[in-house]
Design a protein around this ligand. Structure first.
Ligand SMILES: Cc1cc2nc3c(=O)[nH]c(=O)nc-3n(C[C@H](O)[C@H](O)[C@H](O)COP(=O)(O)O)c2cc1C
Length: 363
């Protein structure tokens, strides 16, 4: 008998995201896998980020008539084919030699935007040359050399800054301490070039010392004002912080606990999302990260008020598993699952997401 056409793709290296994660963790040395997977402290926050998603269910809408939903949207004027951006994660060539060059190329091929990290292996300029359509937002830490770095970001053609506001000092990373993790710091030093930037030892020294100057919102408002680019405050977990970020002039926020890598224990990022969305009241876009692992998670975050989500470990899994191809596959699978749920819940487009699409469930 002739075989029927296959219902599921046969000729794919990765059928689901869990296969990508498994391949990634197999490819990495154990201490690098721990650096990627781990969180701060007892990893309460890291676990809470996942548990929080498990408390929500999508409310199906039978016979809604919705087919072929659109996942297209815009963020700060940047077009997105899917409401998903890649997160700035440092040390990227520890996961794959092409690091954020591959991430940004995959984002470009997927109609997405990559947030390019300051502590990455490759410079902002190099990533922007490689994938100018995707490398549109550059992440920066609020340290002394902010003005010099922000100027470079502007000159490289980025549309916006993403300022990490939740990292005045590095979180207490237990797995890295246990492993005596000692990566080659040049993996983090792609942007520590040119005049006015510290050397890598100085930069990392201040992240673990507890006596270097920590910025406040007034310093940040002044520095971002001098730069002139729109900026996104990454690492907001409370209505109070959201209010400060808006008063300081932020053009968008990322509700995030840094993937559980900073404050531990802290609230799950998803639990903080409604509080921040209510405080912002539609004045600026609200992005979300920390714990997104599937298209269903993207759906829940959008329903709870996020305008787009940011993927950290998911992008890194794709990178470690298969470079640019691996990250592209992550985007494809997220898009397929998100579109499936949009049809099942009768959501024609990104603008139609509302909180009544999800319900808290006791499971
Ligand atoms: C290996 C790794 C390195 C990271 N480095 C940075 C960084 O240098 N700056 C920053 O703001 N966030 C950094 N992050 C946090 C991510 O930008 C993002 O907030 C987090 O990964 C989101 O959570 P998720 O991994 O659960 O998606 C890093 C995350 C990982 C996994």
């Amino acid at each position: 008998m002739e075989p029927l056409a296959a219902m599921y793709p046969q000729d794919v290296e990765f059928a689901v995201i869990s296969e990508i994660r498994d391949a990634a963790l197999q490819a990495l040395a154990p201490d690098v896998a721990d650096f990627l997977e781990g969180g701060a402290g007892e990893e309460v926050t890291l676990r809470a980020n996942r548990t929080a998603f498990g408390r929500w269910g999508v409310r199906p809408r039978p016979m809604s008539g919705v087919s072929a939903p659109s996942t297209a949207t815009t963020l700060l004027g940047l077009p997105l084919e899917l409401p998903v951006l890649t997160a700035p994660f440092g040390g990227d060539a520890l996961f794959h030699e092409q690091g954020h060059l591959a991430v940004a190329r995959a984002a470009a091929a997927s109609g997405a935007v990559a947030i390019v990290p300051e502590a990455g292996t490759f410079s902002y300029e190099r990533v922007a040359e490689t994938a100018p359509d995707a490398a549109r937002i550059a992440q920066i830490h609020p340290f002394d050399h902010f003005d010099v770095v922000a100027e470079r970001i502007r000159d490289a053609g980025y549309a916006a800054l993403c300022v990490t506001v939740d990292c005045p000092t590095a979180g207490f990373r237990v797995r890295n301490r246990v492993n005596r993790f000692a990566p080659d710091l040049t993996y983090f030093a792609g942007n520590l070039v040119g005049e006015g930037t510290p050397d890598v030892a100085e930069m990392f020294g201040r992240l673990v010392s507890h006596d270097s100057p920590a910025w406040d919102w007034d310093w940040l408002a002044a520095a971002t004002g001098r730069c002139g680019l729109p900026w996104i405050a990454k690492g907001v977990l409370t209505a109070e912080a959201a209010g400060h970020a808006l008063a300081a002039g932020a053009s968008a926020l990322v509700v995030s606990n840094h993937g559980g890598r900073q404050t531990d224990p802290a609230p799950a990022a998803l639990d903080a999302l409604p509080e921040v969305v209510a405080e912002v009241g539609g004045r600026v876009p609200v992005l979300f990260d920390s714990g997104v692992r599937s298209g269903a998670d993207v759906f829940v975050a959008l329903a709870l008020g996020a305008d787009a989500v940011v993927i950290g470990r998911l992008a890194a899994y794709g990178l470690a598993a298969g470079g640019e191809t691996g990250v592209r596959r992550v985007f494809e699978l997220l898009a397929e699952e998100l579109r499936t749920l949009m049809i099942l819940a009768g959501v024609p487009d990104v603008a139609s997401f509302t909180p009544d699409l999800v319900a808290r469930c006791d499971r």
